[in-house]
Design a protein around this ligand. Sequence first.
Ligand code: 5GP
Length: 182
Amino acid sequence: MALDPESLPDHPTPLLTQEAITARVADLAAQIRADYASTRDLHMVCVLKGAFVFFSDLVRALDRRVTLDFIVVSSYQKATRSSGEVRLVKDLDTGIEGRDVIIVEDIVDTGLTLTYLQEILRARGPRSLKTACLLSKPSRRKVEVPVDYVGFTIEDRFVIGYGLDYAEIYRNLPYIGVLDEG
Ligand code: 5GP
């Protein structure tokens, strides 16, 4: 799907409202808080750029002590389909050996990005490594990848908003919308 940026709507059709997302993020935070109740230090890793809004809502909803870091990977260019190539653009600032780590990702689609991330981070010897994804599109999976916390399972639609972009547009949309016709 290639769209002309000039013809993109300002307010795309909603798929998930702000209210639905807020409620689900609170659920995920409660689950994580319970699962890590006996863990003193929890290290949350935000996968930029797409997860930045989800991450900031999730870590504030956690209501517990955490440390944060950011990693940048690139898999999509201007297109709405993955090239299948994952590139590490910016690494973590701190080591994760012996730490309890949760990767926070926007969406798992083919699974290639997450597989890559889990492999490179697991190789650094964390005490535990889990993953939280706001969205999952299981019908697009090319590789099976474990996701411990999933916000919403969605159909094969191209979604934008709440951190997700099309050609860097829509990241600030407060809800998740669809650009394709479905
Ligand atoms: P995967 O490697 O699982 O195919 O893709 C993961 C990455 O592709 C996500 O982190 C996200 O950046 C991008 N992506 C996958 N599906 C969508 C989508 O529907 N909308 C947007 N904006 N990005 C997507």
